[in-house]
Write a protein that binds this ligand. Structure first.
Ligand code: C5P
Length: 222
């Protein structure tokens, strides 16, 4: 395994979507299945890491070898869970599709249909979990995901710099890849390098991603 081992390291992974409640029966969500993040958590455990998994609302069993799982629903809950757990983490891999906005008012009762009238929801911006961690003086090695429909390389490299990440895993969404799909294809970028991970099943891609994370961690922090 050599420098691809994560033995002795604590890895925190976030996975799945977030749900932002509108009222007791409705929410704003997204199409993340959680499968990529769960595969990453499993691959990290297989590589010898002590893994904590923060999961949004998904119906997936905890992967073998994962030590701790924290289930959350909203972006605010995920933010709090990740910031709390990151204190004890060497590496944070943000594979969750965190909602960028939340309804500013959450109705305690079911909203009624207003026949013939439009309904306006006011949305407020959620804090960026990765960027919050990057802003801390001491923080884990940070890995982000960028799911894009177009201009993947440009957006991904922009996010790497803007969010202050150590590595970003970029994927094109659509065409049987990405959200809700069994397969994915990733391009990894770090400050002075890149790697293409060709189309494969998510568990296989997760193992390759973890090998690159371990190598970059050892090269920069080890
Ligand atoms: O900017 P964008 O949402 O496309 O970036 C995606 C990456 O940023 C993912 O790694 C995701 O987990 C992370 N993210 C975050 N907090 C947010 C939004 C996204 O950590 N509020």
């Amino acid at each position: 395994f050599g420098n691809q081992s994560l033995a002795g390291l604590r890895v925190l992974v976030s996975a799945g979507p977030t749900y932002e409640d509108i009222d007791p029966v409705r929410f704003i969500g997204n199409r993340s299945s959680g499968r990529m993040g769960f595969a990453v958590a499993e691959a990290a455990a297989q590589a010898g890491a002590e893994v904590t998994l923060v999961a949004g609302p998904v119906s997936l069993a905890t992967p073998a070898g994962v030590m701790r799982r924290v289930d959350v629903r909203s972006a605010a809950q995920m933010h709090a869970a990740v910031i709390g757990a990151a204190v004890h983490a060497d590496i944070y891999i943000g594979a969750a599709a965190v909602g960028d906005y939340r309804p500013l008012e959450v109705s305690a009762v079911k909203l009624k249909k207003r026949d013939g009238d439009d309904l306006t929801l006011r949305l407020g911006e959620n804090p960026d979990i990765l960027a919050s961690l990057a802003a801390q003086t001491e923080h884990p090695f940070l890995v982000g995901f960028a799911a894009e429909t177009h201009d993947v390389a440009d957006y991904a490299q922009g996010k790497l710099r803007r969010k202050g990440l150590d590595m970003i895993a970029a994927n094109q969404v659509g065409g049987g890849l990405g959200f809700e799909a069994a397969d994915n294809a990733l391009t990894l970028y770090w400050a002075d390098g890149a790697a293409e991970l060709a189309r494969a099943a998510k568990p296989e891609l997760a193992r390759q991603l973890i090998a690159h994370v371990a190598a970059r961690y050892r090269a920069t922090r080890g």
